[in-house]
Design a protein around this ligand. Sequence first.
Ligand SMILES: Cc1cc2nc3c(=O)[nH]c(=O)nc-3n(C[C@H](O)[C@H](O)[C@H](O)COP(=O)(O)O)c2cc1C
Length: 347
Amino acid sequence: MSNGFWDNLKKPVIGLAPMDGVTDPAFRYITAITSKPSVIFTEFVNVEGLARGATKMLYGFFYSKKERPIVAQLFGTEIDSFYKAAVLICYLGFDGIDINMGCPVNKIAGKGSGAALIKNPKLAKKIIKSVQKGINDFANGISLERAGVHEDVIAFCKKNKMILKKPEKKIIPLSVKTRIGYNEISAEEWAKTLIGFGVKILTMHGRTFKQLYSGEANWEVLGKVAKICKKNDVFFLGNGDISSMAEAKEKIKKYGCDGVLVGRATNGNPWFFKGKDPSLKDRLNAIKKHVKYFEKLAYLPFQTLKKHLAWYTKGFEGAKEMRMEFMQAQSGKDIERIVEEFSKRIK
Ligand SMILES: Cc1cc2nc3c(=O)[nH]c(=O)nc-3n(C[C@H](O)[C@H](O)[C@H](O)COP(=O)(O)O)c2cc1C
């Protein structure tokens, strides 16, 4: 079976990792037009919320064509809800669906989803099969209504023109993103288990659930998983602590991965995938574009933009003052004015 767009990606594959509260539509768009990662993942979206008609969550699924290939990520525990979400994602025209089996945050893993699935392979298997069934049923022509997608979700997607006019009835690839173990490292067994469940595209973050973000990502273990994946014809993406494009390429080569996903190093750095540092002018332009696009989407509170602005304003003379002014800003207009005044001062 084909792995969809994954088969056609130019190597080395260096993608933008999913980050809840960070890889929102505006940041993804700015990154896509600034430095074009090989692949982009959305923030994770909760399948149970979607199944109950929580339309607010759908904003995370706004995307522009420029972000393609784009993969929608899901988390949860309810098998039926995964099925409905999978059919919906196909109708929204995403290039792939990823299942989160790595989030260690208590409100996620504490409820049995995310990284908790590492110690519940029975449920992990049911979830994978259910998502695959949703993908297959879509390709066989099932409607959103027949798939049981909540009527409010359908209405919201129609109103916001999120559903493709003529969705191509094709099978999109399913992937899983996970960690190297729960309390202890069990990466090799866990990878084999997932492969046994039919997973053909796998991302592993080189830390266990228990580690959260402490210590260093264990790339030696990821290298062992890469070997298993190669043997089984599975596309493998390593993940954890990559700080530059040079390091990404070095890790891919050294550990035999098909690619990597990069998360935190892209904070305030939509240039990351270009592999060179931006000039101050680039930086100021990006801030303006980001704010403009954020306001055009007009769905998140203005406050949520501020973390991005704080990340942008680091490492140049006057950055601290600019950051402090941004924190007082109430609108995109305020931000634009601050940037303009700063630009005049440095001329
Ligand atoms: C703020 C934040 C939010 C995250 N949200 C998600 C998420 O929604 N889905 C997911 O699979 N991983 C999520 N992660 C994990 C990252 O995708 C990635 O695995 C992790 O940050 C390690 O990669 P890095 O060292 O390149 O950041 C998140 C990480 C951070 C820091």
